[in-house]
Design a protein around this ligand. Structure first.
Ligand code: AMP
Length: 221
């Protein structure tokens, strides 16, 4: 199974992708997570991309496309993968189509998680994340059992640098500009499904599983 998650920052892509990856034994590939790790470890990639991320701008395609190309060749992607945070624009989507074609592969489903802007701003302003496993919590309701410590891996929790009010605003602007043509691109390919991303996480997940399984069964017939 090869799936893409689209949706604005704070739509819940990471949370849902993590669950889906676990359920179907797929690799979860989050470009944001890869870049944040590189920044923390102060690698060449981290140093190259940190300033874009801090401003809420997209990292240039020349950096991100080769990064994904390499990642998709890794062994854990052979059984299938979920892309969370990639592609972010039509150029990246076109490159991905080319990449998969060369590997004799295709996408099964593109899920577009829809959440109102008001809700997204609230979620991002309250979000805290695990520095080790990227599990997501929020100060408005989903708190860890022990303050500041991740329930799953005991890693330290922190507020993302780009979840500051001014950066959130810019990230949403960038998202709106790039997403409309991207959504159109996948609509034309007839693999885009819109999912209501508001409400209880478990219910959203059930809807996602139903869509994914339907697409998967159709393809197998
Ligand atoms: P995310 O965790 O998906 O919200 O991504 C955090 C930040 O990483 C974004 O605001 C961008 O600066 C950068 N980023 C992540 N994915 C991409 C991508 N596919 N293309 C360009 N920049 C990206």
């Amino acid at each position: 199974m090869r799936i893409i998650f689209l949706g604005s920052p704070g739509a819940g892509k990471g949370v849902q992708a993590q669950r889906l990856a676990k359920k179907y034994h797929l690799a979860q590939v989050s470009t944001g997570d890869i870049l944040r790790k590189a920044t923390r470890q102060k690698t060449k990639l981290g140093l190259q991309t940190q300033s874009y991320m801090e401003k809420g701008e997209l990292v240039p395609d020349e950096i991100i496309i080769p990064l994904i190309a390499e990642r998709l060749k890794e062994k854990d992607c052979a059984h299938g993968f979920i892309l969370d945070g990639f592609p972010r624009n039509v150029t990246q989507a076109e490159m991905l189509t080319e990449m998969l074609k060369k590997m004799n592969l295709s996408l099964d489903t593109v899920l577009n998680l829809k959440v109102s802007t008001e809700k997204v701003i609230k979620r991002l302003s309250a979000r805290i994340v695990c520095q080790s496993c990227e599990a997501v919590y929020n100060t408005e309701g989903h708190l860890p059992q022990v303050k500041g410590i991740c329930d799953y891996c005991s890693g330290p929790l922190y507020r993302r640098e780009d979840d500051k009010e001014e950066t959130i605003e810019n990230r949403l602007k960038v998202y709106e500009k790039e997403m409309i043509p991207l959504v159109e691109y996948y609509k034309r390919k007839e693999i885009l499904v819109e999912i209501k991303g508001e409400g209880i996480v478990e219910k959203v997940f059930q809807n996602i599983c139903a869509v994914v399984e339907k697409g998967w069964l159709k393809k197998k017939q």
